[in-house]
Structure formats: structure tokens, C-alpha cells
Design a protein around this ligand. Structure first.
Ligand code: AMP
Ligand code: ZN
Length: 465
């Protein structure tokens, strides 16, 4: 089995994966808060989760992965201020929180399917785990980490000496950085809510030892990871925005309860920016997959766009960038799918093909370096067209999820046979490499098949003679 290396946010180092109970690898991914459409930034984070899970499966591990669906308790600030996002969406849309959650969950799962994101083995809603959360909070209170105020139960961060170890800020920093406490009864301004007591008009509330109320957002992930994966698991994923508050708080709760380290590897996906800045409703730059589809892009071209930047680097979304990715993606797919009926490879080509495959796999083993893997794939498709190239791409699709071996859907106007398209693509590649002799020879081949090719600066057009 190949050794997989991943960057651990906790240690700031790449580490060899050493599963607790091989061949199973246990993972937990913070899921969506289902009060709105997931935007392409959110989805980038789930493409990253999928890269990880596909890599684990490809290299022979069995994944036991959990993703939660947040349908209660996430306030409009990641701290303890503001309204519950679900309640506020329900009020605005005159629906029940359950209707809101069901509607946006359905859209979210449709997006995951369109992006070829494999579903985690266990998906569970926060509202189905309330009694376990209450038990968790009760234990933290018993152990002296939780305390009650008039409006809820809070975690006393000064009792957890390692608070801040993930983001490398110490308790003093956390205390200094916290806003002046809205709740004067909190022992420290940076203490966070484990459980909130509900006002009468709060829609979602449950009976608890502290009266009617609802859980804090962070306790949801600590409880659900413990319930499904136990007191120690292999990998926890999320977006980088979760490092300083949400994941720091998860660590405090879980480790306070267990008395030992719970997560071996913390992996975080960097943010997607739009036109170099933050996505925000007020700037009108929050896009969904539906928006991209309406503009004529395929969801898998967006997946290719994501894979082409390492998950630990910021990814700047622009339509120019997406255009480039879509063109590259379509070309790659045409080239590869066109090899299905190609002749068998020579021994020399077979050796080169195998070397490219190993290089692609090695890139992925090295902290999911998919951009490097795609670069290798481009090297691979420069080999002479052969059936084995197609077969290799079919195998690699378990890793890439890009369906490169499937012919692109034909637009009604372009009823050009796959073999003709494949020759045109080879010719285009030859031109890109300034290989004029090969390009001319391929033009002659097209000619003989009854097709003319018209070149332009950015591509070409094929016409039947
Ligand atoms: P939420 O539904 O707000 O809980 O977010 C779902 C996931 O999307 C979380 O893992 C966030 O870290 C992630 N996320 C939010 N905004 C972005 C962004 N602009 N780029 C990448 N990931 C994001
Ligand atoms: Zn979480």
C-alpha cells in the first residue's frame, strides 16, 4: 500500500497517514448549514472532502466518513451572537425550520451529485442528535468545564489549558480578542455557549435539565463525531474559516470530555475568492452551481477548475478562469474518450503510460496534489492514442471523478464523430506545441475523412466538407 501524506493543521507538518484501525480510515467533515443555497465556495470545500475520500478508497482503505447537516444552532456569528440562521430563514420565508432544512438539503445533495462528490457513509442531522448533545453538555458540567448562566450553559476556556492549540493563539490572545461580553455572567468573554436557553418565541427548542433550549453549534460536531466514530478518529476536515473558533471549540469540548487527543489529523481547505475578494451578497458575486449551469458551464468543468488548484491554496474564481478550465476539461475529455476504439499501444507507449499513471498517483499521495496530477495527465494524453490510455483513464476516474473517458454530450449542431474530434484535438495539441509537421499530417487525415479545420487564436472549428 502506498504511503499517503497529509498536511496536519495541528502540527503544521505533512504527516504519514497511520490509521487507528486499518484498513478503515475514519473521517468527519463539518457539513452545511442548510438555511440557504450552498455557494461555489462552500462546494469547493466539499470537492476537497471528496478528493480526500476518493484518494483513501483508491489506495485501498475503507472509509468510514461522517458529515453532519446543521439544521439548528448555527448563529449568524460563529461566536454566540446573533440569531439562529435556521430560525431567521424560516421567519423570512414564512416556512418552518424543517421545511427550510429539507428544501436546502435537497438542493445541496443535488449539487454534490452533479459534482461527482461521493456521499459520506454516514450523514446525520443535528436535530436527530439532540439528546446525545444534552448528555455531552451534562458531562462537561459534571467535569467542571461547563457552567450555567441565565441564558445558557457555557464552556470555561480557562479550564482547558491547551485552548488555542490549533490556531496557535493562547488563552490570553483569545481573551483579549473576544468582544466585550454581551452576557456579563460569562466568566470570560471568550467562553462559548454549549447550550442556549430559549426565549418563548424561539421556534426550535427542546426540554433539557436547564429548561427549554437549543444546542450551541460547536457541540453538534463534537457529539456527532463521538457518537459515530468514537473517542478517537483519524481525520477531521473543514474550511480554514473554522480553524480559530469552531474547531478550536470542538477540540476543547471533545478533549475535555475524553481526557485525551481525539482527532489525529486536522485538514483544512483554503477559501475560494471571487474576483480577488470575498464573496458577499451585497457585491452580487455569490454564485451557485445552478448559476454556472445557466451560463452554460458543466458542473464537472467546475470540479476540474477546483482540482487544478491545491486545496491549501486560495482559489480565485473568475469567469475567465472558469472558461479556461472548461476549455481544458473539454479538450482532455474529447482526447481521452476518443481513445476508446483506438488500437493497442506499443510496448514503449505502455511503459510511458504506466510511468504517467505512477506519477499521477504519487502526486495525489503527496497531500492530494491534484494540480500536479492533472499536469501529468496532460503529459499522458500526449502519447499516441491507444486503447490502454482509455483504460488507464477509466481506472484513474475513481480518483479524479471527472468522467474524462465519457464522450462529451453532443450539441445537436455538432454531429462530428468521436474519432474525427480526437484527431482534431491531437492536431490542436500539436499546434500548441508548435509541431507543425504533425499538425499538417493530422490536417490531411481530417481532410481524408471529409472534414476541414479552421484555426483561430484560441481554438478551432471543424466543418464537414
Ligand atoms: P456553512 O454552510 O456556512 O457551515 O459552510 C459550509 C462549508 O463551506 C464550511 O466547511 C466552510 O468552511 C466552507 N466555506 C464557506 N465559505 C467558503 C469559501 N468562500 N471558500 C471555501 N469554503 C468555504
Ligand atoms: Zn463542525
Amino acid at each position: 500500500m502506498k504511503t499517503l501524506k497529509f498536511y496536519n493543521t495541528l502540527t503544521r507538518k505533512k504527516e504519514d497517514l497511520a490509521p487507528i484501525a486499518p484498513p478503515v480510515v475514519t473521517t468527519y467533515s463539518c457539513g452545511p448549514t442548510v438555511y440557504n443555497y450552498a455557494h461555489i465556495g462552500n462546494l469547493r470545500t466539499y470537492v476537497f472532502m471528496d478528493e480526500l475520500r476518493r484518494a483513501l478508497k483508491y489506495f485501498g482503505y475503507d472509509t468510514k466518513s461522517v458529515m453532519n447537516i446543521t439544521d439548528v444552532g448555527h448563529l449568524t456569528s460563529d461566536g454566540d451572537d446573533g440569531e439562529d440562521k435556521m430560525q431567521s430563514a424560516a421567519e423570512k420565508q414564512h416556512k418552518t425550520p424543517e421545511e427550510i432544512a429539507n428544501f436546502y438539503s435537497e438542493v445541496f445533495f443535488k449539487d454534490l451529485a452533479r459534482l461527482n462528490i461521493l456521499l459520506p457513509e454516514i450523514i446525520s442531522k443535528a436535530t436527530d442528535n439532540i439528546s446525545e448533545m444534552i448528555e455531552f453538555v451534562e458531562k462537561l458540567v459534571e467535569l467542571g468545564y461547563g457552567y450555567e448562566t441565565d441564558d445558557g450553559i457555557y464552556f470555561d476556556i480557562s479550564k482547558f489549558s491547551e485552548y488555542g492549540k490549533l490556531s496557535r493563539c493562547n488563552i490570553e490572545d483569545a481573551l483579549a480578542g473576544a468582544r466585550v461580553a454581551v452576557n456579563a455572567q460569562k466568566r470570560h468573554p471568550a467562553d462559548f455557549a454549549l447550550w442556549k436557553k430559549a426565549e418563548k418565541n424561539h421556534i426550535m427548542q427542546w426540554a433539557s435539565p436547564w429548561g427549554m433550549g437549543y444546542p450551541g453549534w460547536h457541540i453538534e460536531c463534537s457529539t456527532m463525531s463521538k457518537k459515530f466514530l468514537g473517542d478517537r478518529f483519524d481525520i477531521h476536515t473543514g474550511g480554514v474559516d473554522h480553524i480559530p473558533i469552531h474547531h478550536e471549540n470542538e477540540i476543547a469540548q471533545s478533549e475535555a470530555l475524553e481526557g485525551h487527543r481525539v482527532v489525529n489529523l486536522w485538514m483544512h481547505g483554503e477559501f475560494m475568492l471571487v474576483d480577488g475578494g470575498k464573496m458577499s451578497k451585497s457585491l452580487g458575486n455569490v454564485y451557485t452551481i445552478d448559476d454556472l449551469v445557466e451560463k452554460g458551464y458543466s458542473p464537472l468543468a467546475f470540479r476540474y477548475f477546483c482540482l487544478n488548484t491545491h486545496y491549501r491554496n486560495k482559489l480565485n474564481f473568475t469567469f475567465d478562469g472558469l472558461n479556461g478550465a472548461a476549455t481544458a476539461y473539454n479538450r482532455l475529455r474529447t482526447l481521452i474518450s476518443g481513445c476508446k476504439d483506438a488500437p493497442h499501444a506499443s510496448r514503449d507507449v505502455l511503459e510511458k503510460l504506466a510511468a504517467h499513471r505512477v506519477a499521477i498517483e504519487d502526486a495525489v499521495c503527496d497531500d492530494l496534489n491534484f494540480p500536479l496530477a492533472l499536469g501529468e495527465l496532460w503529459g499522458m494524453v500526449k502519447l499516441p492514442a491507444c486503447r490502454e490510455l482509455y483504460d488507464t483513464a477509466v481506472k484513474l476516474d475513481d480518483l479524479l471523478g471527472l468522467e474524462l473517458h465519457k464522450p462529451l454530450e453532443q450539441k445537436p449542431a455538432a454531429d462530428i464523430p468521436e474519432n474525427v474530434k480526437a484527431i482534431a484535438e491531437k492536431r490542436f495539441a500539436a499546434r500548441q506545441n508548435k509541431n507543425w509537421a504533425e499538425s499538417d499530417a493530422l490536417r490531411a487525415e481530417l481532410d481524408a475523412l471529409g472534414y476541414t479545420v479552421l484555426d483561430s487564436k484560441t481554438g478551432y472549428e471543424l466543418k464537414k466538407k
